[in-house]
Design a protein around this ligand. Sequence first.
Ligand code: F6R
Length: 265
Amino acid sequence: MEVIIKQDYNHVCEETVRLIYQAWKKKNNLVLGLAAGKTPLGVYKRLAELQKKGEIDFSQVVTFSLDEYLGLKENHPQSFASYMEKNFLQHINIKKENIFRLNGTPENIDDHCREYEERIKSFGGIDIQILGIGKNGHIGFNEPSSSLSSRTRVKTLTQDTIAANSRLFKNKKEVPRFCLTTGIGTIMESKMIALLASGEGKSEAIYKTVEGPITASVPASILQLHPEAKIIIDQEAASLLNEKEYYQWVYRNKERVNEFLEKKK
Ligand code: F6R
């Protein structure tokens, strides 16, 4: 697990874009896992800008969305499908057939979830999974107590998550209670994970994720077991970390380690 502490939200986004860009340079048919929510918005905006400048090209890129509200049609304004279209996909030159998402109104939920998992595997797995984090430590919509080896399935949202999401719904009665989410086991199979967080409101969840015990009560804490998990956060989100200075020291020395390893080859 690498903890990358940046000055502010803009730098969190820039660092994430840098990671994606570097990965894309090595593999143009990059498979990206996409989270919805406020946090990754700056990343999507910058990626679209990069493409406009001709510096990145999404024509071979494949995307998988992380989750979806159960019961919302794809074209519902609050569905994650609409979010992703509006905030990212319609601004880039990705091919329609390379966009995969969970369907909030599937005919058969179990079949749909199983096929989604198979589809991810058919592309060789997710290269970079972008994640936000809930104040309760959820990743995707894997709420606390989710099995740490869970697969794509239906989950019941917590009251707090429902309240947090309700800001986007005019009619509060419409706020979904259930969702489809890729599982924690599914997320952990991604080759690289970039979990982003910004602001003091996320500091406790980040503290528990990075320095607390691995527990289903804080789903994101499982990332401690992932060899390529990057926790990219701003100063406020990092404010409760005990080893903050050490993480910054490691980051500053990263270039030197690479130089050292290169020389040894
Ligand atoms: C969204 C998702 C959620 C969010 C999390 C943080 O697809 O899976 O886990 O990433 O709730 O949301 P924001 O970024 O709005 O604070």
